[in-house]
Ligand binder design. Structure first.
Ligand SMILES: Cc1cc2nc3c(=O)[nH]c(=O)nc-3n(C[C@H](O)[C@H](O)[C@H](O)COP(=O)(O)O)c2cc1C
Length: 206
C-alpha cells in the first residue's frame, strides 16, 4: 500500500515533491516515512576508561557473518560516542517485550522512579569486553570497534563481534512511535491460483 494511502499527511508532501525535487520539507517527509519502518529495538552499551554509557538504538543490522560484523548508528550528539571512542568496545543488546521500560529509559524518557540512562532499570551483567549486557536480552553481540563512518548527523559503528549470547523471548519491535511484537499470519491465498503457496522457508547459513 503506498504510504500516502496510510498517511494523508504524506500524500500532501509527496505531491509537493513532484513539483520540486528538493522541497523544503524533505527532511520532515523522510522522518515521517521512516517512522513507518518496523525495526527491532536494541540498547548499545559500553564501559571502560571512557565511562559507562548506553543508548536505545533501532538502527542496527548484521553486516557480515564471517567475520561476524554488526553496525549501529548513533547521533553525533550522543555522549555514548565519546565513551565508545575511548573504550573501543560496545555490546548490542537486542531487547524483548519485557524491556519496554529499558528502551524508554535509555532513550532519555524514564518511567516514574527512574532517572534517564539509569542502569538500575533492567537487570545488567558484564560482557567479556567489560560492556554492560542485559542479562535476558534475546541476543547480545559483544563487540570491539572495527570501523567508524561519519554519515550526515550520525556515526555508523561497525562492530567486530567477539561473543554472542542468546535467550528465548519475544522481540520488542518499534514502528509509528509504538512498541509491538511480531505476530505470525497465514500466507496470502489467490483464488485463481489455488496451488500458490510459499516455498519452504529453510535456514540459510550464507
Ligand atoms: C525505539 C527508539 C529507537 C531509537 N533509535 C535510535 C538510533 O538508532 N540511533 C540514535 O542515535 N538514536 C536513537 N533513538 C533516540 C535516542 O535513544 C535518544 O535520542 C537519546 O537517548 C538521547 O535522548 P535525548 O534526545 O532526549 O537527549 C531511539 C529512541 C527510541 C525510543
Amino acid at each position: 500500500m503506498p504510504i500516502a494511502d496510510r498517511h494523508p499527511a504524506v500524500e500532501t508532501t509527496a505531491r509537493t515533491s513532484v513539483a520540486s525535487p528538493m522541497p523544503d520539507n524533505s527532511t520532515a517527509n523522510f522522518v515521517l516515512a521512516m517512522s513507518a519502518v518496523a525495526t527491532g529495538v536494541t540498547v548499545v552499551a559500553t564501559d571502560g576508561p571512557g565511562g559507562r554509557a548506553a543508548q536505545t538504538v533501532s538502527a542496527m543490522c548484521s553486516v557480515s557473518a564471517d567475520p561476524a560484523l554488526v553496525l549501529v548508528c548513533l547521533h553525533g550528539r550522543s555522549p555514548v560516542n565519546d565513551a565508545i571512542s575511548e573504550n573501543g568496545v560496545f555490546c548490542v543488546n537486542v531487547l524483548a517485550t519485557q524491556h519496554d521500560h529499558v528502551a524508554d529509559t535509555f532513550a532519555g524518557r524514564p518511567w516514574p522512579g527512574k532517572q534517564r540512562w539509569d542502569f538500575t532499570c533492567g537487570h545488567w551483567t558484564v560482557a567479556e569486553s567489560g560492556s554492560p549486557r542485559v542479562h535476558d536480552a534475546i541476543a547480545s553481540f559483544d563487540c570491539t570497534v572495527h570501523d567508524v563512518i561519519e554519515a550526515g548527523t550520525h556515526r555508523v559503528y561497525i562492530g567486530r563481534v567477539a561473543a554472542v549470547e542468546a535467550h528465548p523471548g519475544e522481540p520488542l519491535m518499534y514502528a509509528s512511535h509504538t512498541y509491538s511484537k511480531p505476530a505470525a499470519f497465514e500466507p496470502s491465498t489467490f483464488p485463481d491460483y489455488p496451488d500458490a503457496h510459499p516455498a519452504p522457508r529453510t535456514r540459510s547459513t550464507k
